[in-house]
Design a binder for this molecule. Sequence first.
Ligand SMILES: *Cc1c(COP(=O)(O)O)cnc(C)c1O
Length: 357
Amino acid sequence: MINFTVGPVQSSEKVRSIGAEQVPYFRTPEFSDLMKENEKLMKKFAKASDDSRVVFITGSGTASMEACVMNLFTSEDKVLVVNGGSFGNRFVQLCEIHDVPHEVIALEKGKTLTREELYKYDGMGFTGFLVNMHETSTGVLYDIDMISEFCKKNDIFLLVDAISAFLANPINVKEQHVGAMITGSQKALACPPGISVIVLSPEAIERIERNKVKSMYFDLQDALKNGERGQTPFTPAVAILIQINERLKEIEAQGGVESEIKRIATLAEDFRTKIKELPFEIMSESLSNAVTPLHPTTASAYDIFTTLKDEYEIWVCPNGGDLADTLFRVGHIGYLTEADNDALIHALEDMKKRGLI
Ligand SMILES: *Cc1c(COP(=O)(O)O)cnc(C)c1O
């Protein structure tokens, strides 16, 4: 099987072998050291300031999105949410559930946020800005530099869901004044699902300290306090944290975050060159390196996903809802190679010969 989905993605052999081992007890100095190293490398790769902190939540990416909305904002805030697809919509829903006053910038699917649209909200007293750096459902990458400049100008706290963008496209938490950044274990971190990670700026820590959140599991004050000694309040997904440690050290040994981004960008470029002769349109105004959204011009996207899975043992990422027949996505994150791209292209060429596309 070759997995081109956007998560869970393929892991390295070393990461997979850790999954086969016994899970150790974790209230130990050894595990605390490992957690401290995870925090240090996450800060380094996100380019966060020294006084930033990192918390590891046991739960998928949405758990950290919810923890951030609950801990970083209150009913006193007025936030702006970019909604260009299912992940943007998730932030809108979270603001509704947790009574955070919000306005929504609703974008058409596949469209990016323009300066003109953004600056309609200039000088309007917003205190928070919520955006998915890469709207994975449609493959649109937003311009974080432009958003960051807008937030600085308006003194707005910026929360970035970089769950599928971290390690695939550059982000610089300190320079871009990102208040908090979220990622997840099963995207470009290429580990099993189950852990999400929040990088918190000093400003975010202040907001958390001021806020009294009504939750036991999502209390980030508690998470920060335990994190001081390299621990978590409750039993975490210990094995995945060990796998994350291995993976972060792998990236560091192979040249750090820049070379990992370059590796993914090269893979994406290679795929986009090779797909040109086939009957697909690339459907995003602003592509990320993480994924290529494809609109098949001659067949149903969902049928292509099913045939590739059942007859070629290749997984691409289907879309749901009203995009199910018109769009599927090919991911470039995880342990993939150009030879894997070739295998997918050959399968699609074969489908073309058979009259399936
Ligand atoms: C994958 C993803 C999430 C989180 O999804 P989970 O299923 O909760 O891990 C959130 N935002 C974006 C942009 C994503 O790509």
